[in-house]
Design a protein around this ligand. Sequence first.
Ligand SMILES: NC(=O)c1ccc[n+]([C@@H]2O[C@H](COP(=O)([O-])OP(=O)(O)OC[C@H]3O[C@@H](n4cnc5c(N)ncnc54)[C@H](O)[C@@H]3O)[C@@H](O)[C@H]2O)c1
Ligand SMILES: [Zn+2]
Length: 364
Amino acid sequence: MTTRLTVPTDRPYDVVIGNGVHEQLRGLVGFGLGVLRVAIIHSPTMAKQAEVLREPLVSDALEVHLIEVPDGEQAKTSDVLAFCWKVLGETGFTRSDVIVGLGGGATTDLAGFVAATWLRGVRFVNVPTTVLGMVDAAVGGKTGVNTSEGKNLVGAFHEPVGVLCDLDVLQSLPPAELRSGLAEVAKCGFIADPTILDLIEAAPEAVTEASSPIVAELIAKGITVKARAVAGDLRETGEDGQIGREALNYGHTFGHAVERFEHYRIRHGEAVSIGMVFVAEVAHRAGRIDQDLLDRHRSILGTLGLPMTYRPGIWEALSATMRLDKKTRGDQLRFVVLDGLARPTILAGPDEQLILDAYRAISS
Ligand SMILES: NC(=O)c1ccc[n+]([C@@H]2O[C@H](COP(=O)([O-])OP(=O)(O)OC[C@H]3O[C@@H](n4cnc5c(N)ncnc54)[C@H](O)[C@@H]3O)[C@@H](O)[C@H]2O)c1
Ligand SMILES: [Zn+2]
């Protein structure tokens, strides 16, 4: 089964989810738009898949360049960016040509930024190969690289002309990467679409098997939540107190602090999982969610095999890092919390003792 979702931005584009959907790349390169060249920027893990994408394009008489970049986060550097620009320059890449990003979120962030910057912007097709890349990074138009001072400090908004989520590639994804991506899907369940949580509870075993149809359904639902938030109508799902795109930051304020403390040696979804349990503890203590919803966080994330506790005794460091978070306003901490299931809201300047107690609850 193939699912097609439209992201309703100023220039709407489709996200196609299913087995073998890479075959739709030909339809996305835009033959009517004068395309002559396609550059596929891919991670080493996707070298074979890059060949698979290349073949039909070559049969269509396109000039296809495979640009292999270092694995994962190592691709998001100015050196790799300059290398990609050099290849495009050498091949005479023009404004009617197309860049394809093939890999996890790190690879597609880089490829999207190459597309955003080459000749002030060329068409970009996103082919994410991790659950996190599909659910989180592929929709929304954020592209960029890191600097030695921090992650994603340089970037641009550049939306793709299409996103192809080929479920076949998930077969080779390491289980820990799969689970990390599912943390973002669970997040979408808590902030906007509780049917995601119902699905996980109904099939606790199948949810961590890449080939299961439930994983496909979860990915589609997660992308739908992100696409709505990005298009600015997450509000549709609730009445008052809805907060739009910022809701996607659920679990991320504490999660980012954990990532920084671990020097990014923890997976993003794992850090977000810990962050969601922390912020659920905060919301419970602030009288916003009941014990059942707090417990549901632990049971869902536990089913997904995600971490829910963190090191004790480092509150000062974490708290200082959270105050540096780019979403912080002034010195006041700001958390996305739930005011009940699927009712995200902002809690600004929470009581210090309350958040310390929440930290103790997840670290002892
Ligand atoms: N643009 C956005 O809105 C956005 C949102 C969230 C995250 N991100 C970015 O995404 C990145 C994290 O993405 P990620 O979790 O996909 O990490 P990643 O890109 O580093 O990929 C994780 C690992 O999985 C490997 N891999 C990828 N696909 C595979 C497959 N099908 N089979 C086997 N191995 C495979 C990669 O080679 C890598 O080693 C971060 O750089 C983050 O900043 C961007
Ligand atoms: Zn995230």
